[in-house]
Design a protein around this ligand. Structure first.
Ligand code: ADP
Ligand code: ZN
Length: 719
């Protein structure tokens, strides 16, 4: 028996398999190995604690080789088990997040390429684009293709003609270790109390979850930095999760100033050599402080003492493809398996998190005031019914006046609209036809930089047609409604001398660009920032004193259970960018319903009343966190097959008290990327073992080959 191991093979659809130990070796759980499967060899990880009788038949094959990768440590193995079980994912699918692009990880040396100075014999548009983007860069073929946004074939072509020259590089450099005592700030009393609670928990060890709730500008970062210092002093590692990688540059600089050395970064924009160096150092414990995207949660930390989830209310912590997990919740589970401290930091904690704090599951730390005596911004409504903007414009007179005043004082303004592009909808004036995506139930969004129509769901793009595609009339297409690009045009037309920065995922495409933006705003090279939700996050600009919310009603139309909570948090966060320093801040909300509960709560700074009402509603309706939800999305390129499968699932639905299956119904996004979609929604009491019931249900129903079922446990998207 003992010379036999169970291996989770990295192949979708296959469960764990048993193998014989290789001759003369014994393998530990967590070891990455190569195993034979049919005529091939595939990768797997030796696993422990899996149920099921051992293979006793003849023909047990042996593990073919041991891969030179760090062991997946015990707490991380248990986390993988939990994630696979709770989110109904395969262990292989979860392990793929633990061992990302493994091929590169084992090698000691990497071949990178950089511009050699040779001119290419033939210059195509793609090659010119690559040459411009690769100035001063080095990386693997894949790194460079990503950096220049061209295909790998273009890069390989440039290698073949000698424009890119090869060099062999060792794994990337690691920054010097952080020093917990490098530059600790003097904390204010409320900050010091919160910091003490955290440092004591870190020093004591053991599972300790916290909610660190502090108004915008209260110094949450300074407070949890003390917890990081405690983890470093104890000889352990700390991880800070950020919702958006675009933020990492500014944030990294802050931590570097506090600890004398930058943290190790982990996100999808790393070069192969950087990724490999970070991975190895995280596994052997040399990387002491790591800042990362949600994928960092699955790294094989040697001794993770502390995890911070910054801006923990952000819904972008929810992963919506592959394994559908919520990084906030997985962070708490990982801390539980590690026996470590976890801190959810936010000015607007999610109701799920607030309720955990009320129940006493999480310790609640509060920073009620801004640092340095700065006042909270003054928030008021601009009633669009009384003072509308002139036709074809979106900035109403009171907001325009405030912008002019701000510019006259040489201060900075921020205009927020949660909508990328130029116009959300293009309409035919003759017949009212809308231009839709051919692959999705969605409008094509007009962009002007560069000019095109784009689908924000599948990425489909087309040029703006000269005539209406349905009626054929020329010059009838009109752009309806504003996106941020259109607001930028209006601002440029009205305040010609103002220096404008547009901040969206179309313009801030890398941490380097985010850093350049932050430097420009801090250096007062920008007068007016115009942005999507990207500008609501984390920025601290002392001269920014005016925030204008172009359409405060926008987020409310979605109608899902978190719509008002999300809108409240988003507006509170963007409002929190105003007046963070000596100069007072002012916030204007353009709305058609200033009397609505949400607007009133924002205007009067009464978050408590708003959350109490929302929480009571959730409790009455047994919605999360008072009940459980799971969504099943059934899709196929063939509409009848998707419909039939959804129907079959509904007919086989588990009958059980405390559990209800709603649907199927066509999804609001009835077609996505060419697939027809139906949804079922499962609601359950908190005591119902939802994952087990779902798993049992899904294996009982045979589905057509073309049909795919995605299970979304604790869903955030209801599209
Ligand atoms: P939050 O994340 O809570 O919105 P920050 O951590 O960004 O707030 O803090 C707001 C500003 O106040 C930052 O510039 C920060 O450096 C500064 N700050 C907060 N606490 C202190 C302190 N104790 N000493 C010096 N500066 C502080
Ligand atoms: Zn589309």
């Amino acid at each position: 028996m003992a010379e036999q191991v169970r291996v989770v093979v990295m192949q979708a659809g296959l469960g764990p398999l048993d193998y014989a130990m290789p001759a003369g070796q014994s393998l530990e759980a967590g070891q990455a190995v190569l195993v034979p499967l049919g005529p091939r060899q595939i990768m797997g990880v030796v696993w422990d604690g899996l149920e099921g009788p051992a293979f006793t038949g003849k023909g047990l094959r042996a593990v073919a080789g041991v891969l030179p990768l760090p062991l997946v440590p015990e707490p991380l193995r248990r986390l993988c088990d939990w994630v696979a079980d709770y989110y109904l994912a395969s262990l292989a699918g979860v392990l793929r997040m633990v061992l990302p692009s493994v091929a590169a990880l084992g090698e000691r040396q990497i071949v990178e390429y950089r511009l050699s100075g040779t001119q290419p014999p033939r210059l195509t548009p793609e090659r010119s684009k690559a040459l411009a983007a690769l100035e001063g860069r080095a990386g693997t073929v894949r790194d460079l293709a990503r950096a220049a946004d061209v295909s790998e074939a273009v890069i390989r072509g440039l290698v073949n003609v000698g424009v890119l020259a090869a060099e062999t590089v060792p794994a990337g450099q690691l920054p010097a270790p952080p020093d917990p005592d490098f530059a600790p700030p003097a904390l204010e009393p409320a900050q010091a109390d919160a910091a003490r609670a955290l440092t004591e928990a870190v020093a004591a060890g053991g599972f300790a979850p916290f909610l660190l709730e502090g108004v915008t500008g209260s110094g949450k970062t300074e407070v949890y930095a003390e917890a990081i210092a405690a983890a470093l002093r104890a000889g352990g590692q700390a991880l800070v999760l950020l919702p958006e990688i675009a933020l990492t540059a500014a944030f990294t600089a802050r931590l570097a100033a506090r600890f004398g050395s930058p943290p190790v970064a982990w996100h999808s924009d790393l070069k192969t050599s950087e990724r490999r160096a970070a991975y190895a150092a995280i596994a052997d414990g040399r990387a002491r402080l790591v800042v990362g995207a949600r994928s960092a949660l699955f790294l094989p930390f040697k001794d993770l003492r502390l995890t911070i989830v910054d801006e923990a209310h952000e819904t972008s912590f929810k992963q919506e493809d592959g394994v559908h997990y919520h990084a906030r919740d997985v962070a708490v589970m990982r801390a539980q398996f590690e026996g470590a401290t976890v801190v959810l930091a936010s000015a607007t904690p999610a109701i799920e998190t607030r309720v955990q704090a009320e129940r006493g599951t999480y310790r609640h730390l509060l920073l009620p005031a801004r640092f340095g005596g700065a006042a909270m911004p003054d928030i008021s409504a601009v009633d669009l019914r009384k003072t509308p903007p002139v036709r074809g414009r979106w900035i109403a007179p009171p907001l325009a006046a405030a912008i002019s005043e701000t510019l006259a004082r040489a201060e900075q303004a921020l205009l927020f609209l949660h909508r990328r592009g130029h116009a959300p909808l293009t309409l035919c004036r003759a017949r009212g036809e809308k231009i839709n995506c051919p692959n999705c139930t969605a409008w094509m969004v007009e962009h002007r930089l560069p000019r095109r129509l784009a689908c924000h769901h599948c990425g489909h793009e087309m040029t703006v047609p000269p005539a209406c595609p349905s009626c054929g009339e020329p010059d009838t297409l009109v752009a309806c409604g504003p996106g941020v690009e259109r607001i930028a045009e209006e601002v440029a037309a009205t305040w010609g001398a103002a220096r404008i920065a547009l901040v969206t995922s179309d313009t801030i495409t890398s941490p380097a660009r985010a850093a350049a933006l932050v430097a420009a705003v801090e250096g007062r090279e920008i007068d007016i920032l115009i942005g999507t939700q990207l500008v609501t996050k984390g920025f601290h600009f002392p001269e920014l004193t005016l925030v204008g919310v172009i359409d405060a009603d926008l987020g409310l139309s979605g109608g899902d259970l978190r719509a008002s909570e999300r809108t409240f948090a988003q507006i509170a966060q963007v409002a929190g960018r105003a007046g963070r320093s000596a100069k007072p801040g002012r916030v204007l909300l353009q709305t058609h319903q200033p009397e609505a509960r949400l607007m009133q709560a924002l205007i009067h700074g009464d978050a408590a009343a708003f959350y109490a009402h929302e929480t009571a509603t959730r409790r009455d309706l047994t919605l999360p966190p008072f009940g459980r939800l799971a969504a099943l999305i059934v899709s196929s390129e063939k509409e009848p097959e998707a419909r039939a499968a959804a129907q079959a699932l509904a007919e086989a639905a588990p009958a059980r008290t405390g559990l209800q299956v709603l649907g199927p119904a066509p999804a609001p996004l009835a077609m996505l990327r060419g697939r027809h979609r139906f949804r079922l929604l499962v609601t359950a009491r908190r005591t119902v073992p939802l994952s087990a019931i779902l798993r049992d249900w899904l294996v009982r129903v045979p589905l057509g080959n073309s049909v795919r079922v995605v299970v979304d446990v604790d869903p955030y998207s209801f599209m």
